[in-house]
Structure formats: C-alpha cells, structure tokens
Design a protein around this ligand. Structure first.
Ligand code: SF4
Length: 310
C-alpha cells in the first residue's frame, strides 16, 4: 500500500478521461462540476463540450461495463449482514448484477460479433475476469469489519461564488470519533508515481466537498486498485483543500469563458485514441456540429456570469 505526502494538484496536469456522460441520466438542476467532467475539460475542452453540453452518445466498452458490474457487486455486498460478506457471497452477487446490466441492449451488443468479422468476446471469460476483480477486493479489505455510512453516495456543495460541485463517492466510512474515510474502487492497476496526483484529483474533489459540507477534513482518501490488488492512501490537509478549491474555480472560470464564447478548442493528445468523437473533431479533419446554444441556455448555462479571476 502506498501512502502519499500532500502535494498540490497541477491545474494543467493531464487526466485520463474516465467515461462519458450518460445521455439518459438526468442532468443536474443547473451546470455543475464533477471530477470526471473537470478532468475532461483539462484533457480537451472540445471533449468536455461534446460530453457535457452536446451530450453526444458514446459507445460502451467492455472494461467500463465490467467496472460498473464490479462496483454494483461491492455496493450490494454491504447490504448483507457483516458476517456474511464473504468472497463466495460476493461472487453470488455477480449473476443478478449482470442480469440487471444486460437489460441494456447496448451492453449485450458488446458480446456480438463485430461487422468487421472480429469474433464475439466471450461472455463467460469476461464474467470470470469480473469475478477475479471481486476476489481481489478481499485481499485489500475485510468487509466484515467495515460498516459504511454511505455507498454510491451523492455529495455536493455550492461554493460561495455559486460553483456547484457534485459527485458520487463509492464508499464513505465514518469512525466513532467522526473521522472520515473516502474509498474509491478502481478496476485497473495502480498508476505509476508520475500519475498518482491525477488519480487523487477525484479524491481531493470529494474531500473538498465533504470538508465544505461537514467541516471535517477526511483523514484518509483510499483508492483500491483491484486490477493488481494494491491501494493508495492519502491524507489531505486543510490548506491543500483550500488550494484545490482555487484550482477547481479556475477550471470552472475557463469553462464559463468557453461557453460564453462558444469556443471549445480541441487538444490532440494520445488520449484521442480513446475518443469517440474524432469524426467531429477538427484535429482529425472533422467539423463539430453547431454549438447547441438553446439546449445550453435551457440547461442554465446562459444564466451564468463570466467570473474573471486574477
Ligand atoms: S479527438 Fe482528441 S482533440 Fe478531438 S475532441 Fe476527442 S479528445 Fe479532443
């Protein structure tokens, strides 16, 4: 397990996109910033626009769906009485969780042969790989000794300047003395040292929201990497969260400016390989659709002031 020392998060550091906005998900009541959408904007402003304002659909991936499946199992594991949270019980949760997920045709399509002639991925092997990730969880924690306060919990706060921060915490533990631990499950492997601050961006986001809503600085941010059975823990301090808040405000000010000017620049990087929108991207010879000004206004964007900061 790796423990990190506090360090500032660079507002210009590159974030790997975590996933698309779900077009079927209800939009928040007004524009807000989440860890993954902040990461999108830092990665590529045009990607942010496509996902958050145009809300363009994106293909699902086997890895992302497996992540959803494993998260569902770990969430439901804590519905069981503490003594029954065993590896066997967790594995038994896989089938009903898969049944729920597979009601979505876009998920089942992933297991059909591609038009290019590529063979269909094996559902059985894929489920086995999900089971291994669930097993790996038990090498990192003993769920019989943990009683979470929240799972998949929405946390949100409006900062004094009007910025709404919101996100979902995989698990929130609260000790008897009020100490907070924020836990996030990752189905990949632990990042190399150079990428650790990016991994912690999301966790600091949650820590900031919890500090602003509860007045308590989380004593531990914990990332559990089920891919290699490793964990990263980090203890933020108050000064760092203040600086992090300024970082988010700077990102938000840049987003507001981009909306007001309808100017979202593409930022071509190696992450473009995973982008579903290359056909609409000027960096790849495409043309973005007209800016959806009406939809943006209806979602509350036009009502936002441009916040200029030094
Ligand atoms: S292809 Fe690359 S530059 Fe273009 S929108 Fe996607 S991430 Fe941005």
């Amino acid at each position: 397990m790796t423990a990190l020392h506090p360090d500032p998060v660079s507002p210009t550091s590159l974030e790997v996109p975590e996933g698309p906005a779900d077009p079927s998900a209800p939009a928040p009541r007004r524009p807000s910033l989440s860890p993954s959408r902040a990461a999108d904007f830092k990665t590529c402003p045009l990607l942010y626009r496509f996902r958050t304002i145009d809300r363009l659909p994106e293909r699902k991936s086997l890895a992302a769906v497996r992540g959803t499946l494993v998260h569902t199992v770990l969430e439901k594991l804590y519905d069981l009485p503490a003594g029954e949270r065993t590896p066997d019980a967790a594995r038994e949760l896989l089938a009903p969780a898969w049944e729920e997920l597979s009601a979505d045709p876009a998920v089942t399509e992933l297991f059909q042969a591609a038009e290019t002639g590529e063979p269909a991925p094996s559902l059985d092997q894929w489920l086995v790989s999900a089971g291994k990730l669930v097993d790996a969880y038990f090498s990192l924690e003993d769920p019989t000794r943990i009683q979470p306060e929240g799972r998949e919990q929405l946390v949100e706060v409006t900062l004094p300047d009007g910025l709404l921060l919101r996100g979902f915490v995989d698990r929130l533990d609260v000790a008897r003395n009020g100490a907070l631990r924020v836990v996030d499950y990752k189905t990949g492997s632990m990042p190399r040292e150079a990428f650790e601050s990016k991994a912690l961006f999301q966790m600091k986001f949650y820590a900031l929201v919890l500090w602003r809503t509860r007045g308590v600085v989380a004593s531990q941010l914990k990332l559990l990497y089920l891919g290699d059975g490793d964990a990263l823990t980090y203890a933020p301090d108050e000064g760092e969260l203040v600086r992090f808040e300024r970082t988010l405000q700077a990102i938000w000010a840049a987003i507001e400016r981009a909306v007001a000017t309808q100017d979202f620049r593409p930022n071509r990087t190696r992450l473009c390989d995973w982008c579903d929108h290359q056909a609409l991207c000027p960096s790849f010879g495409g043309t973005p659709p007209p800016f959806p000004a009406e939809a943006a206004a209806a979602a509350g964007w036009a009502t936002l002031p441009i916040v200029e900061r030094d």
